[in-house]
Design a protein around this ligand. Structure first.
Ligand SMILES: [Ca+2]
Length: 196
């Protein structure tokens, strides 16, 4: 009898350990933005041409860099330009993210721009060279619509590769949205452990 209980306890413990390991393995590696190192997943400005000089690294869009210290977004890495504000001061870029990053001439994603594709490493265009004022990951346009929990209803959006529109209708109290919507994920439940 004692042997049976021990076996059951060990089997349960092994299952729980396996679940924890799977969860840890699925956690994505996080790039550390604003540490002066251009890492996988980041978009980076360089003070000098051809990816030389100090680096300023980002994992998110910024609409306004600021224009003076100590509040501006600055070049972080060692080398020429370190601690200088990045606005109108970047010569080259490296997009290590998986999406297009749009660099704008003006703040708040305005004016002429350059789309920097994933993996691009090199000069800013002549129009943006030392004339960078904001940048946007996976640039979008359009709007409208609303969302309830995981649902997004109505509106339109566009990005660098395609444009999609969708709509909804309310009929007899039912909200209808064409297309597939993922509303849940089925997870396997580990059985309860017997008392030790
Ligand atoms: Ca970094």
């Amino acid at each position: 009898m004692t042997t049976t209980i021990r076996r059951a306890t060990m089997a349960c413990g092994a299952a729980v350990l396996g679940l924890i390991a799977a969860t840890a393995g699925a956690a994505p590696a996080q790039a550390a933005a604003r540490n002066g190192i251009c890492e996988s997943g980041e978009f980076c400005y360089y003070y000098n041409s051809y990816n030389q000089g100090s680096v300023s690294d980002f994992t998110a869009s910024v609409a306004d860099y600021g224009t003076s210290q100590p509040d501006c977004y600055e070049f972080k890495g060692p080398g020429a330009g370190q601690y200088q504000c990045i606005k109108n001061n970047a010569a080259s870029v490296w997009n290590r993210s998986t999406v297009t990053v749009r660099v704008y001439y003006n703040s708040n994603y305005g004016g002429t721009y350059m789309d920097v594709g994933p993996g691009y490493k090199g000069q800013l265009s002549a129009a943006l060279y030392n004339n960078n004022a904001s940048h946007q990951f996976n640039p979008t346009s359009g709007g409208g619509g609303f969302s309830i929990g995981p649902f997004s209803i109505g509106g339109s959006y566009a990005h660098s590769h395609s444009k999609e529109t969708f709509s909804s209708a309310i009929t007899g109290g039912t909200i209808r949205v064409p297309g597939v919507q993922i509303i849940g994920v089925i997870s396997q439940v580990v059985p309860l452990c017997p008392p030790v």
